[in-house]
Unconditional design. Sequence first.
Length: 186
Amino acid sequence: MLESDFFSRYNVGMNFRQIGIIVTDVDGCLTDGLYHVCEDGKVSKSFYTRDFDAIEKALKAGLKVIIITQSNGRVIKQKIAGKTWQSYITDKSLTLIYSSENKVKSIESFFQLAESWKNVIYLGDAENDVGCMKKAVYTACPSDAIEIIKENSNYISNYKGGKGFVYDTIMYLFGKIGVNSENSKA
């Protein structure tokens, strides 16, 4: 469902400036969803640099970012540790929630967001994202998301997960809220 269809269908006026928190799934959003397993059992994933540049721009613009995953692997932890984001982690602008069996409960218990989903844009691609997408004020998905996610998305990116989807969505959001991405350059 496209943004204009959603808001006209539900007769909702969207104030993008109310969004203060970006929540994104990992596999299928920040990655292409593929796991690469070596013979020794080590797992690796591919990340798109521009997606992390956009996350940094969002942090510099004053938005909070939550990265959430059901995975308990160290790959996303290592990726974030490799960035110079310690100050964002310390001041809780950037949070990583991993091993989440229920993403809605994880987010609500961690930040007590039960009443604050009106400030959240949620980026997801698969079944385990549906609950969060039904609660968030605004939702986005990559072009290769499953159908139920597309049906629950306000914005369907032209980009696939792990191939620029997060970057595209954050730049779209910046355009809607009037943030000059050059001034928040990572």
